[in-house]
Design a protein around this ligand. Sequence first.
Ligand code: SAH
Ligand code: SF4
Length: 349
Amino acid sequence: MRALTEVTDAELQAAVTARGGQAFQARQVAHWVWKHGVVDFAAMRNVPQRLREALAADFTVRGAALAKADDADDGTQKLLARLADGETVECVIIPDGDRTTLCVSSQVGCPVACVFCASGMFGVRRNLTAGEIVEQVLLARSRLPDGRQLTNLVVMGMGEPMLNLDALLPALQRIHDPHGIGMGARRITVSTSGYPRQMERFAAADPSYNLAVSLHTADDTLRKQLVPTASAPVREIVAAAHRYFGQKGREVTYEVVLLEGRNDRPQDAQALVETLGALPCTVNLIPWNPVEELARDRGLRRPSSPRVDAFAEALRQGGLKVTVRRQRGADRSAACGQLRLRHLDAAGG
Ligand code: SAH
Ligand code: SF4
């Protein structure tokens, strides 16, 4: 059965009228799905029972359900969603002052296989559907404490969003739509490991969302080691990012996951300054969040704070704007991909 979260407004209207209902009733159903976040038809009180039953014979309201919730002491919540076919994906709610950011996944696993990332350890199982991406927002919204609202969305969970644009773009449209979730496009950021052609398609989308590029290094040889399969040259990735976002007066965020001795040396900072120094951008440094298996098998290490500070300072000296990500939810499997990894371990899968 299809979930209503997968159905376009036109399809919903056709489904309602085919069952003897009227167009305004399709809008009422949609309102229950997106605004009230109900999970079953019985809760749609102003929709006639006959119509509800006729819809329930062919549709479910949602496709995914909450499998597990993990609360960290700092208010971070990691949610594991079980999809209709039994696969799982995670999303993370990150409260920070007045902001509440939700990090969602775009694929089950990831095909890019970055050396430091838990999501890429077992390859990609499949793409998420548009409904499965939006449902992470519905699930998260229902778990917020009273008075909290989701203010920001980042597509930085499991998966490479540029390799699933067919589902991502309609999902973002729904998240942005005032009749859907209703989140401003400027509050939505998509992170990519760097696919120039797909970045251009993404940038052409209307409305325009923010883009973050996981660059990690400005050196092509080193990048090939860290991000083995996203193999476009750095200059092409950077050019694609700025061609559109630069024209719109938007800044690009470059993410650099710092690994001790690999990409946090003075020459690595210098190469970033040379490549990005003249561009409207911010560099977000992310000290690697250790993944036990990868630390052990690949000898990866998180750099010490003084090393991170020295790297940040070298970039600033070169004229770059720099932020350093604080670790959040660190007392539980923190980085994206790790909750699912622990879950798979426990399930022996
Ligand atoms: N595939 C996309 C989006 C998901 S990953 C991308 O790579 O951009 C989101 C961010 O988390 C990326 O910047 C990625 O480099 C970072 N990341 C992945 N594993 C990490 C880890 N163990 N520690 C710190 N950052 C990590
Ligand atoms: Fe995939 Fe991003 Fe992880 Fe790389 S960092 S394996 S692109 S999810």
